[in-house]
Design a protein. Structure first.
Length: 414
């Protein structure tokens, strides 16, 4: 244990580890990575720690290895809401933890540095989040080669969802219903456009507009936790993802029902007429939008965007050659290994590469489409192909993540 750590009291070291654990949880770190990072930091600070993480909290049991067994046992229970990906704060928290562990920053200075991450977001930052929500929805519609009206409608709804999300932040009483409200707004706007302007690929436009709310990453992380034997966390995260899909489905179906009650039956079409250049342009816009939505620092935009583009291209090219599951597997493998290599080379979290790299591969849109189709037609059979596709995607992703860590092992847990 280094001099800066020995100069801090036992309670101060525990407080710093608890603070770091809570922040890593809030920044979207999965259970196995969070627990590994907490154990490593505790050892560097001269503590024995047994962490237990789940999507809504962390339990940390500490002891001092220099004192008799049981003489210094301390347990902290930290209740937290489910975390959201914040690549900039995650990277900063990792830097601060390394500095404290190396002795170049005291624990008190580490606490101060962590609290400086809690600055109130500026108006420009909020405006960028709204814009990125609209860009992501429109770009995903472009990747699916929908007509221009569909792309425009999805982008407009995405902007409205971004505004709604920031509004609900100030009204916590609406938070539980936020996903259903967003899907309701998406459904109503799409139905109005399809009824009064021109036919749309209705369900596809709704799904594209909800892309920032879909729990595809949560589903992938849940199965990843289950395969790493974090059974409670994985089960809870999986249940949370299913609950989100149900709320999005409920909101969109309420919109359809309300429209029918007032006599609106929009004509639905199935048309994907766009040229190749639209897809490639949409890919660039989507990569930028996700860099903003994942809250990366501007200096990291090139890394984040390159990872997102690389993941999509590998999946698409390999998928056309050998089938979609193979493409997704290879993409996840390359991005996981690449993230680990980046962490070794730059001494920064591999999540900067891994998370944006697989975001456009996760099965959120497919799972929502399958459930919506099944409920709309009241036929389990029509939703089975989509749900089977979800299973194939998740298995390919998990296989890629597991074998990617074997190709290049991770030095950092994050």
């Amino acid at each position: 244990m280094l001099e800066s750590a020995t100069s801090a009291t036992y309670a101060q070291r525990i407080a710093f580890v608890c603070e770091m654990a809570g922040r890593l949880h809030s920044y979207g770190t999965t259970a196995q990575r969070l627990e590994g990072a907490v154990v490593a930091l505790s050892q560097q600070l001269g503590l024995d720690c047994e962490p237990w993480s789940n999507p809504t909290g962390v339990i940390l049991s500490f002891s001092d290895p220099t004192r008799p067994l049981g003489a210094s046992d301390t347990t902290r229970v930290i209740r937290l809401p489910p975390g959201e990906n914040d690549l900039h704060k995650l990277s900063e928290a990792d830097r601060i933890a390394d500095a404290v562990a190396a002795g170049s920053m005291s624990i008190a200075e580490g606490h101060t540095a962590l609290r400086q991450l809690d600055r109130t977001p500026s108006r420009r930052w909020r405006a960028m989040q709204i814009l990125a929500s609209g860009l992501a929805s429109g770009a995903v519609a472009g990747l699916w080669r929908l007509p221009w009206l569909d792309i425009t409608t999805a982008g407009l709804i995405g902007l409205l969802i971004g505004v709604l999300a920031l509004t609900i932040e100030r009204r916590p009483q609406f938070k539980e219903a936020s996903d259903a409200l967003s899907a309701l707004v998406a459904g109503l706007v799409a139905i109005l456009v399809g009824n009064f302007i021109a036919p749309l690929n209705l369900n596809t436009v709704i799904i594209a507009s909800l892309i920032v709310l879909l729990p595809g990453m949560a589903l992938t992380n849940a199965v990843n936790e289950l395969t790493s034997q974090h059974l409670v966390s994985g089960t809870a995260r999986f249940a949370g993802a299913l609950a989100t899909i149900l709320k999005l489905t409920v909101g969109s179906l309420i919109a359809v029902t309300l429209a029918q009650l007032v006599g609106m039956y929009p004509e639905v079409r199935a048309l994907r007429p766009q040229q190749d250049w639209v897809e490639w342009g949409a890919l660039l816009v989507a990569a930028f939008a996700f860099a903003v939505l994942f809250r990366a620092h501007r200096r990291d935009y090139p890394w984040v965007m390159a990872a997102a583009i690389t993941g999509y291209l590998i999946s698409r090219v390999a998928g056309q050659a050998w089938g979609s599951p193979v493409g997704i597997f290879l993409s996840a493998l390359v991005l996981t290994a690449g993230g680990n290599a980046f962490a070794r080379w730059a001494n920064r979290p591999g999540a900067l590469i891994r998370v944006p790299g697989i975001i456009m591969l996760v099965p959120g849109s497919t799972s929502l489409r399958g459930l919506m189709t099944m409920v709309q037609q009241q036929d389990v059979g029509v939703g089975e192909p989509a749900l089977l596709t979800v299973v194939n995607i998740v298995m390919a992703l998990i296989a890629g993540l597991l074998f990617g860590n074997l190709v290049i092992s991770a030095r950092k847990n994050l």
